[in-house]
Ligand binder design. Structure first.
Ligand code: FES
Ligand code: FES
Length: 165
């Protein structure tokens, strides 16, 4: 259990330390702070989107120790000592990741609200399986809902990225 302090209102706040996109952060947070809110509000990493907050839409997807998770369903406290990768951490410094490049090339987004989560899920897939089939790509992004594109260009972008890995 992380160490805690009690604030002026008598609420316990816990110290958590986690590696986010290769940087170590220590913050003092409430026990019920969701990972999505921790990333967006405590770390200003607003690339992770907040949609349904019910685990249905996938726009809040981040990697937790390399595995995609819905960050609206994870308590930040439970990430103490773990590694998080957000959409911001997919790219390499100023250089876009190949998945990001292919999303642009294939016009795999319209409003863009699902895009961060889609790219995180796609990247997690390619890290595990650099040569996926069309079906495997669709399975990997099954938890990421897109209201705009019809998925065809998204799947094409991921398959094309795989070819260049
Ligand atoms: S905001 Fe997390 S799944 Fe929709
Ligand atoms: S691009 Fe609009 S929801 Fe996917």
């Amino acid at each position: 259990m992380s160490s805690f302090v009690v604030d002026k209102k008598g609420v316990k706040r816990y110290a958590v330390t986690m590696d986010v996109n290769g940087m170590e952060y220590t913050k003092v947070i409430k026990a019920n702070t969701l990972l999505v809110n921790f990333l967006r509000e405590d770390l200003d990493l607003t690339g992770t989107k907040r949609g349904c907050e019910l685990g249905d839409c996938g726009c809040c997807t981040v990697m937790l120790d390399g595995k995609p998770v819905n960050s609206c369903l994870v308590l930040a406290m439970d990430c103490d000592g773990h590694e998080i990768t957000t959409a911001e951490g997919i790219q390499d410094g100023e250089d876009l990741d190949i998945v990001q490049e292919k999303f642009i090339e294939h016009a795999a987004f319209q409003c863009g609200f699902c895009t961060s989560g889609m790219i995180v899920s796609s990247r997690a897939l390619l890290n595990e399986n650099p040569n996926p089939t069309d079906h495997e790509v669709r399975e990997a992004i099954a938890g990421n809902l897109c209201r705009c594109t019809g998925y065809v260009n998204i799947v094409a972008a991921v398959l094309d990225a795989a070819k260049e890995l």
